[in-house]
Design a protein around this ligand. Structure first.
Ligand code: COA
Ligand code: ZN
Length: 323
């Protein structure tokens, strides 16, 4: 039998990206103190890593214009990594000044999406990010690179894997600690994921790979399981299933943290996350963003959150038994 169905206590690290990938898309500005409270709730729930915010241009992403205050005022829990998305050197300066544990740099493996999102060619992005990596190394801050559109680009279509590996190799050559392979608009499918993860791990056994899926076409959890089966053990997911890149047409929510944690707990994987605390944190979201969240767990509850029997049940049973 395939090993994926029984985790046997295997450790899977979840990074919640709801405060960044999630809130960057929201029209309603979430007050700074509520952002801080949500990050603190995620820390208390036991997430391994939290993407707290992004140090982007406030005109490009107004929802996260309070990045410094949020990063400075969260309660740091030992063992939790507090990361933030950084698009350029200006963002890196701000992130380092705000005591960010890890800079999550971003570029797209699709030329079209890179131009749309970051207003640069990929070659220009790489040159700029190489400088940012050097800044982080000088400040002794860890670096992860998120590569967008690895599993397909909403404007170009399929992206050649050899091209993806060239970018991974170039960042590995700069000495970054980790690479996140992002399915920015939910184009990944399980057999493709298995192939990508197996190749990545075989080529760079020393690099920490994270998988970042969006549930745009309902394949999110299937992709997570396919990746686990191929050896992946780090995933991005977002509280409530919020999320999406404002510069990628058709983008919708990430895989939902409470759905993934719930499923993995049933299958005996160890995410270290307390599900009830996570669900309580997700329950705060609708009031803050002004609409319901995609989370199926928010709607349905956990598998064993049982319901009372219908009214008149004793009479129903007696009648049935009397037949
Ligand atoms: N933090 C704060 N301000 C920034 C900034 C940063 N990281 N990067 C740029 N700016 C400011 C500049 O200071 C400048 O301000 P000014 O007009 O008051 O002088 C303005 O933004 C334009 O700067 P410029 O260097 O011309 O950048 P740009 O307009 O080409 O923007 C990006 C490039 C990528 C920095 C910007 O578009 C951005 O932050 N995009 C968000 C990308 C993102 O997060 N996408 C979703 C996640 S994948
Ligand atoms: Zn994303």
């Amino acid at each position: 039998m395939n090993t994926v169905w029984n985790g046997a206590g295997r450790r899977i690290e979840i990074c919640d990206v709801g405060m960044r990938d999630g809130l960057q898309m929201e029209a309603q500005f979430v007050p700074t103190e509520d952002k801080i409270a949500l990050v603190d709730a995620l820390s208390a729930a036991g997430l391994a890593k939290i993407e707290v915010t992004s140090f982007t241009s406030p005109t490009a992403i107004p929802a996260l214009r309070d990045a410094e205050v949020v990063m400075r005022e969260i309660a740091r829990r030992p063992g939790v990594t507090y990361t933030a998305l950084v698009p350029n050197a200006r963002g890196a300066e701000r992130a380092i000044e705000s005591r960010t544990d890890e800079l999550n740099l971003v570029m797209s493996v699709s030329e079209t999406h890179n131009l749309a999102n970051l207003r640069m060619t990929r070659a220009q992005s790489f040159a700029a990010l190489a400088h940012v990596v050097a800044m982080a190394q000088a400040a002794r801050v860890s670096v992860n690179v998120s590569l967008s559109c690895v599993f397909g680009c909403p404007m170009e279509g399929d992206v050649a894997l050899d091209g993806v590996w060239d970018w991974v190799q170039r960042f590995a050559g700069l000495g970054v600690a980790g690479i996140t392979l992002c399915d920015t608009t939910g184009m990944a499918y399980p057999s493709q994921v298995a192939q990508v993860v197996a190749q990545a791990r075989a080529r760079w056994p020393g690099l920490a790979f994270t998988l970042h899926f969006h549930n745009t076409r309902g394949m999110g959890l299937a992709n997570v399981l396919a990746a686990i089966d191929a050896g992946a053990d780090r995933f991005d997911a977002s509280l409530g299933g919020l999320g999406g890149c404002p510069y990628a047409p058709g983008a919708t929510g990430n895989v939902c943290t409470e759905e993934i944690v719930h499923a993995l707990a049933l299958m005996d994987y160890d995410t270290g996350v307390q599900l009830s605390a996570l669900i309580a944190a997700a329950a705060r979201l609708p009031a803050l963003i002004g609409h319901e969240v995609p989370s199926q767990i928010a709607r349905a509850g956990r598998r064993l959150d049982l319901h009372p029997v219908p009214a008149g049940f004793d009479a129903i049973r007696e009648r049935a038994l009397a037949r």
